[in-house]
Design a protein around this ligand. Structure first.
Ligand code: FAD
Length: 391
């Protein structure tokens, strides 16, 4: 295999600058050499390889979307390719980074004051502090905008938070949890940063999860949890502000879904060349090549869409429906691609050692988190028709 990606049939990587491509090859090497050997073990035991965390920062995989004092932001295309590379090796690891980098740090960067950014962002870029994003609740998934039940109330120079959150990625070990709670005074959703160890905050690992098993998702309970007033993000004052963050990160999920299907596609090509039946490589069967060509079409269309998402973000003209369409379409294609890859492996496709079953399961989570296909379709449909079908 060359330094380029097997699934990048239209050479989208060549749209990166020479320096970016060189850096990407370094990140690819790191992921292949240091992360890949750990992936299946972590997935099987549903444990997070904590010792790898500082390495992601050292490899420059964190905070690249933001202008920092010591480093200007990288292009959106480059950060998209970083997400692709991480997910191509392990969608769980890409999700860990997406939650930390996009949802959690992104909320602080987009909604925080200069002072708040200075307080949390540097430690998050170096991964000395890990972030989580707590929006979803036991009763509030798709309808969380209307149905958000966690409350906050201002008491002197503190906010008191009560309620529960569910599915919170990195929640068991995060140092900085961005929490959305309804202010009892004005009924608006406020954004608060709750730090690890705050009394009244409890996080419990969700067990029995059979996709993205390495990601530590938590049930979080707030019981009279007192948060200093200065931990309310300056511009986190309504659900519209939450949507500013989600618009950014849904583009990131599209990139992760490209990586997930690319990982499965590459495994399928390798297996097709290696596996022999009827006296020859299965790669030589027309029906196997049909599976590969269908996968290649999905991967290529998905990557093209993700690339255009990044270009629109770069130009500052990215719209909600474009984010929603990319998230829904690419995760749908990923789901199909991983199923085709699984099929190509025959029975061996359900053995973890062959990787493909991990991508197969993980695609299911990508398909549902950060807005299901149905909800993202409603955003697209509203833009197409001018009529909201949300109930
Ligand atoms: C692995 C994983 C990680 C996650 N990480 C986080 C995280 O870090 N932080 C966080 O806050 N959340 C997180 N989530 C939660 C995630 O965002 C929600 O699961 C998602 O928004 C969907 O909500 P739900 O699962 O409650 O489904 P529900 O809202 O209960 O939906 C059930 C079904 O009904 C459909 N449906 C609902 N409303 C409509 C409608 N109006 N019209 C048509 N169909 C509809 C849905 O599309 C879906 O098919 C995570 C989820 C997973 C699976």
């Amino acid at each position: 295999m060359t330094d380029g990606l097997l699934g990048d049939l239209y050479d989208y990587e060549t749209l990166l600058s020479g320096d970016e491509r060189k850096e990407l090859v370094g990140i690819r090497r790191f992921l292949d050499e240091e992360v890949r050997p750990r992936v299946n073990g972590s997935w099987e035991t549903a444990t997070f390889p904590m010792d790898l965390i500082p390495r992601f920062a050292e490899e420059g995989m964190v905070g690249r979307s933001y202008d920092l004092e010591h480093r200007p932001r990288a292009s959106r295309l480059f950060t998209g390719f970083i997400s692709l590379e991480a997910s191509r090796v392990d969608p769980s690891m890409a999700t860990f980074l997406g939650v930390h980098n996009g949802l959690s740090m992104g909320s602080i960067v987009l909604l925080g004051s200069d002072e708040q950014r200075a307080r949390w962002v540097p430690d998050m870029v170096s991964l000395q502090k890990i972030g989580a994003f707590a929006l979803t609740e036991p009763h509030g998934g798709s309808d969380v905008a209307q149905g958000l039940e966690t409350t906050c109330r201002r008491e002197g120079d503190e906010w008191v938070v009560d309620g529960a959150k569910r599915w919170i990625g990195n929640g068991t070990f995060a140092d900085v949890v961005v929490v959305f709670a309804r202010d009892v005074a004005d009924d608006q959703v406020k954004t608060l940063v709750v730090e690890k160890g705050t009394p009244g905050f409890t996080a419990t690992k969700m067990e029995g999860k059979y996709a993205l098993r390495t990601v530590q998702n938590a049930d979080i309970v707030f019981e009279g949890c007192r948060v200093p007033a200065e931990n309310k993000l300056a511009e986190g004052n309504s659900f519209r502000d939450v949507n500013r963050v989600l618009k950014l990160t849904r583009g990131g999920v599209a990139w992760n879904a490209v990586g997930c299907q690319m990982g499965a596609f590459e495994a399928a090509i390798a297996y097709a060349k290696e596996r022999r039946q009827f006296g020859r490589q299965i790669a030589g069967f027309q029906l196997i090549q049909d599976l590969l060509a269908r996968m290649a079409g999905n991967v290529t269309a998905s990557l093209g869409m993700a690339v255009r998402v990044s270009q629109l973000q770069e130009e500052g003209v990215f719209r909600d429906e474009q984010a929603a369409l990319a998230k829904a379409f690419v995760t749908g294609r990923a789901r199909e691609t991983v199923a085709l890859a699984r099929e190509l492996f025959g029975g061996n496709g359900i053995l973890l050692e062959n990787d493909v079953v991990r991508y197969f399961a993980d695609a299911e989570a990508l398909y549902s988190y950060e807005g299901t296909r149905e909800i993202n379709s409603l955003i697209v449909g509203r833009a197409l028709t001018g009529v909201s079908a949300f109930v």
